[in-house]
Design a protein around this ligand. Structure first.
Ligand code: FAD
Length: 426
């Protein structure tokens, strides 16, 4: 079957786009990537003008393994006449909007490798090839890479109330919400929660009556991006972490949470200063409140008003809040995509229903060894805290490229030692 692909990618988020770009170094490799959206979009529902990346711009799709690759952020700047102006901004991180523009530019450079408006809903395996596609079109591929991303996590008690006045932040409802004269409650104090809180303050959705942010965390916790901690996001640490006892991994990753899911410190500072101005200088009639250390326990609705019940972990009491609009910034979860159903009996899952993932990001399965199912953004607890982040995406793409090429196209092993050494070597 000569027209079969060597690698088909399902989903074109940053991770599979990175793989598409990095894998071009092996000219012999036939790859193609599919996405159901009409064009590359990056969590556009929750992208605001003040939304910045949490990772440095050099950690782009390719530079970490190949700064000569034409799909680098620096080349995007140069090709678009932005290099000199960008350097004057002195930025280490770019806005999420500019990162999206960069990725969209990359997609326009390799149209022959990417198909948008292509929903993958079937995946079969005939013993030699995967057959992926939908009722309109199918493709054969020797290996596949699933990069279908994350889904909103909605607390069970809120699930029955999902509507245009009670919704997860990453939904179409946010764009059209009207907060004029409404009591708004934001549940969740991670970066999405604080960004929505700040944008409500800026009256993005109208002049609200009150805005309350409730967080289960003890405070609006900052991202820990200090130098030694950042070694978690290095190939050396990733390699060491992969080999440790599986029983330790979850505890370690959960302990490292704020190195990945904390709030951008400069954002918190700006928010604090603006709150100070709005409440103490401008004396706004809008009531702004931040209620940390509360867990959402129940949601009910009477006459189009929500009653939210929280347990307060500080006073150990129960509290109630009423709201006209509830925005759930309650994070995301990985979901094994339903299209794998036809071959799921061949795939090995752990006790939580997640893929069991090998060091080269292929899953453990009973198909032929030459056919691999790679996954990206599915193994935080297997590979480590870097896995859902962009920091090492170029490196991971290089590891997958080597594996699918059965050749060391990239050097992915030898790096200067980290300063923190977890296994003692005399
Ligand atoms: C708001 C937000 C901001 C973030 N900011 C940062 C940051 O600054 N730095 C950082 O390191 N990380 C950040 N992250 C974490 C991480 O980098 C992102 O979640 C990133 O988008 C993950 O990329 P992905 O390719 O796995 O998935 P996604 O970006 O979610 O892309 C998945 C793609 O798969 C497509 N798809 C799904 N199912 C199918 C199907 N059946 N057929 C065809 N296509 C399909 C979807 O349309 C989508 O385009 C952020 C996450 C969020 C939510």
């Amino acid at each position: 079957m000569d027209d079969a692909l060597d690698l088909a990618g399902i989903g074109i988020g940053p991770f599979n786009l990175s793989l598409a770009a990095v894998s071009t170094k092996n000219h012999a490799l036939k790859t193609h990537f599919f996405d159901e959206k009409p064009e590359f979009q990056w969590h556009s529902e929750i992208m605001f003008p003040d939304s910045d990346m949490q990772t440095a711009f050099l950690k782009d799709l390719v530079t970490g393994v190949d700064p000569t690759n034409p799909y680098s952020f620096l080349n995007y700047l140069v090709q678009n006449g932005l290099f000199h102006a960008f350097m004057n901004t002195n930025r280490q991180v770019v806005t999420r909007k500019e990162f999206e523009l960069y990725c969209q530019w990359v997609t326009r450079q390799m149209p022959e490798r990417l198909s948008f408006n292509f929903n993958v809903d079937t995946l079969g395996y005939d013993g030699r090839y995967f057959i992926i596609g939908n009722s309109a079109q199918q493709f054969k591929a020797k290996s596949i890479c699933i990069g279908t991303g994350i889904n909103p996590r909605i607390p069970a008690c809120a699930e029955p109330h999902i509507s245009e006045t009670c919704f997860h932040a990453k939904s179409a409802f946010l764009k059209h919400t009207d907060m004029r004269d409404k009591n708004v409650v934001i549940v969740g104090g991670g970066q999405t929660g604080v960004e929505i809180f700040r944008n409500v303050m800026k009256e993005k959705w109208g002049f609200a009556k009150s805005v309350t942010l409730v967080s289960s965390r003890p405070n609006l916790e900052p991202l820990d991006e200090s130098a030694f901690v950042n070694e978690y996001f290095s190939p050396n640490y990733a390699k060491a972490f992969f080999t440790i006892d599986a029983r330790l991994k979850k505890r370690i990753v959960d302990y490292q949470k704020l190195t990945s899911d904390g709030n951008t410190p400069s954002y918190l500072q700006n928010l604090y200063n603006e709150l100070y101005y709005v409440q103490n200088v401008d004396q706004s009639p809008v009531k702004f409140r931040i209620l940390p250390y509360r867990k959402l326990e129940g949601v009910s609705n009477f006459n189009n008003r929500y009653q939210l019940c929280f347990s307060n972990c500080f006073t150990l009491k129960h509290e109630r809040l009423s709201a006209d609009i509830v925005i759930l910034c309650t994070g995301f979860r990985n979901g094994v995509p339903s299209f794998i159903e036809a071959i799921s009996h061949l795939i090995q899952f752990d006790e939580d229903g997640c893929f069991r993932v090998n060091q080269d990001f292929s899953v453990q399965w009973d198909g032929h060894a030459q056919n691999k199912i790679f996954v990206q953004n599915f193994s935080r607890y297997e590979h480590g805290i870097f896995e859902p982040q962009t920091s090492l995406m170029a490196w991971r793409s290089a590891v997958i490229t080597n594996s699918v090429s059965e050749n060391a196209i990239y050097q992915t092993e030898n790096f200067a030692p980290n300063f923190l050494s977890y296994a003692f070597v005399e």
